[in-house]
Every structure is written in C-alpha cells, then in structure tokens.
Write a protein that binds this ligand. Structure first.
Ligand SMILES: CC(C)(COP(=O)(O)OP(=O)(O)OC[C@H]1O[C@@H](n2cnc3c(N)ncnc32)[C@H](O)[C@@H]1OP(=O)(O)O)[C@@H](O)C(=O)NCCC(=O)NCCS
Length: 183
C-alpha cells in the first residue's frame, strides 16, 4: 500500500477505511469510516483536497485528482459523498459526487461537475465540466444526457452496493491478517 505525504501533508484515513496494497493515496486526502480503495486506484491529493465519504468504494483503476489553487482561482476539490460506488477505471477530476450515487465503469467526470444524490451515471459516460446532474435520474452518453427517472429498486441499490463493498473489504482485511499471522 502506498499512502504518502505531499509537502508534509499526510492522508487522513479513518480506522475502518481500507486501502488495497496496490492503491496509491497521496497528500490532501480524507477517507471516512468504511471507505474502500481497490487495486490500482489512485487518489492524488497534491494540489487540492480529496474527500471520500463513509462506506464509499473507489474501485480498481479509478483515478481521482483535482485542479490547483492559484492567485485567481480556488481550483477544484474532489468531494465524494457517502454510500457511493465509483466503478472500475472511472476518472473523477475536481468534481462533486453527492451521496448514494453510482458512477459506471469507465466514466469521466470533469471539473466542477456536480452529481446530485441518487444519480446513476452509465458506464463509459462523459460528464462535462460544470454540468449539474439532477437527483433521481439516469444519465448516459458522451456528453451525458438525462435518460430517464430511476426506479425505486435502482435507488435502493446504491446503498446495497455500498454495504456490499464494506463486507467485501472486511473479507480482504481478514485475509491480510491471516497472511500476516502465517508469516
Ligand atoms: C445504462 C445502464 C444502467 C442500463 O440502463 P437501462 O435503462 O437498463 O438501459 P438498457 O440496457 O435497456 O439499454 C437502453 C439503450 O441504452 C444503450 N446503453 C446501455 N448502456 C449504455 C451505456 N453505458 N452507454 C451508452 N448506451 C448504453 C443500450 O444499448 C440501449 O440502446 P438501444 O435502445 O439503441 O438498443 C447500464 O448499461 C450501465 O451502464 N450500468 C452501469 C454499470 C456499472 O458500470 N456498474 C458499476 C460496476 S463496478
């Protein structure tokens, strides 16, 4: 596992958050309780803040970065809420993802976009800079378009998926402990 400081700032990682051995978490990152970071994901908190909410999973190969602060701009932090699923190979750049969303595999979300609570972004979609995705909808395409309202079952799945990933990371923690104890 590579958790390292940048300019002396060390990532803040809650006790029950889990980071895979091959993931990289740098600098101005905060991981809340039961958050999980999966193989080869990168959270590069060098030029601005990255905040990951409770029970949120950042899956394999995802990249999370931000835009830097300057004399004329505060830049863009990347804030991900709680009970969010970030699929394999997603890119989140300086954007806000609110609670209980699913960002499908390979999607790209650009600076200052806001994905409101209870949104499903389809696999391989592009969310343009500054776009606001309205709560309760499926968005699809490159660039994304509002496709349809989500069903109750789809909305319920967001919390299920987050809870599933908490259980899965607990399996990995147990495996790591067993491997350590076995020398
Ligand atoms: C979009 C999605 C939710 C399916 O929604 P749906 O309303 O059930 O859509 P359907 O499967 O009925 O397909 C409807 C149309 O959208 C197209 N479509 C489906 N997924 C698409 C996507 N990701 N991007 C573009 N078009 C897509 C289908 O080909 C179909 O097109 P057609 O009408 O021309 O035949 C699903 O395909 C998806 O992307 N899920 C995300 C899965 C994921 O990444 N999970 C994370 C795991 S880590």
């Amino acid at each position: 596992m590579t958790i390292r400081s940048y300019k002396g700032i060390v990532p803040k990682i809650a006790d029950s958050a889990w980071v895979d051995v091959s993931a990289v978490v740098i600098g101005r990152c905060e991981l809340a309780q039961d958050a999980s970071i999966w193989p080869n994901a990168t959270l590069r908190g060098d030029v601005n803040d990255i905040v990951i909410g409770a029970r949120t999973n950042i899956q394999d190969g995802a990249v999370v970065h931000t835009t830097h602060e300057s004399a004329v701009s505060k830049g863009s932090k990347c804030i991900v809420g709680q009970d969010v699923t970030i699929g394999h190979n997603v890119v989140l750049h300086g954007c806000i993802i609110e609670d209980e969303c699913l960002i499908g595999m390979g999607a790209v979300v650009l600076d200052n976009a806001v994905v409101q609570t209870h949104v499903l972004v389809a696999a391989n979609s592009l969310v343009p800079a500054g776009k606001v995705l309205e709560s309760g909808y499926l968005y699809m395409g490159s660039p994304v378009k509002q496709a349809r309202l989500l069903t109750e079952q789809e909305i319920a799945f967001f919390k299920y998926s987050a809870a599933h990933y908490v259980r899965l990371k607990q399996d990995y923690e147990a495996e790591e402990l067993a491997n350590t104890n076995n020398g």
